[in-house]
Design a protein around this ligand. Structure first.
Ligand code: PLP
Length: 226
């Protein structure tokens, strides 16, 4: 299951000059596919499952920047905290506290994004604006985390107007959040856009896109491990 090199080069071209980070989402894909992109010079990879990330990180070059983008349970933070470049999916204060605790243990700083709920779908995780506000109120108490921005997922929908509106609302929240004062908040990254909607996300101000299927083909969840 090789990498689609043409799509990769085209995507790189499309994003270059716009200063947008490309995270190649490699969940369910073999180590060989990651290595293929690595050899083309790619370093940012995204994974959704703790065990899968831990296994892959052990086998792959140490200069890969791992992005954790899936739903994260607090009791699993300890496995990935030392490995990840950026955790995109912080969706509760409880999780943030646990990340801080593990980071403290390892004497490190863990970079994260707060995940906002922007889709009109029951299945998506994320904070609403009030919960975001709550987190900001106590953020200074967590010296070992650095929140570098926000992440969100739009609805899986053919209704492009709806998707656009959802990205717009995330961008608005991001801009507003820049007024918040905390030395644990350094808003630089707005992580939004996947294979199906990244063009709209970019139009609406994304600074990081998370792309899987365009690069690696469709996923087969039957062979995936959690
Ligand atoms: C799987 C996943 C992606 C990539 O999805 P594609 O549609 O394959 O590009 C991006 N973000 C998150 C949070 C994901 O879970």
């Amino acid at each position: 299951m090789p990498v689609n090199r043409t799509n990769y080069q085209n995507l790189k071209k499309e994003l270059s000059g716009k200063n947008i980070v490309l995270v190649a989402v490699s969940k369910t894909k073999p180590v060989s596919a990651i290595l293929e992109l690595y050899e083309l010079g790619h370093r940012d990879f995204g994974e959704n499952y703790v065990q899968e990330l831990v296994q892959k990180a052990a086998l792959l070059p140490k200069d890969i920047r791992w992005h954790f983008i899936g739903h994260l349970q607090s009791n699993k933070v300890k496995y990935i905290a030392p490995l990840t470049h950026l955790i995109h999916s912080v969706d509760s204060l409880k999780l943030l506290k646990e990340i801080n605790k593990q980071a403290q243990k390892n004497n490190q700083q863990v970079n994260c994004l707060l995940q906002l709920y922007i889709a009109q779908e029951e299945t998506k995780f994320g904070l609403d604006e009030a919960e975001l506000q709550n987190i900001f109120e106590t953020l200074d108490e967590y010296p070992n985390v650095l929140v570098k921005g926000l992440m969100g997922m739009a609805s899986f929908s053919n209704d492009l107007k709806k998707v656009k509106t959802e990205f717009q609302s995330l961008k608005q929240i991001f801009e507003k959040s820049k007024n918040l004062e905390s030395n644990r908040y350094k808003p630089e990254i707005l992580s939004m856009g996947m294979s199906g909607d990244y063009k709209i996300a970019i139009e609406e101000g994304s600074s990081l896109v998370r792309i899987g299927s365009i690069l690696f083909g469709e996923r087969n969840y039957a062979t995936a491990h959690q």
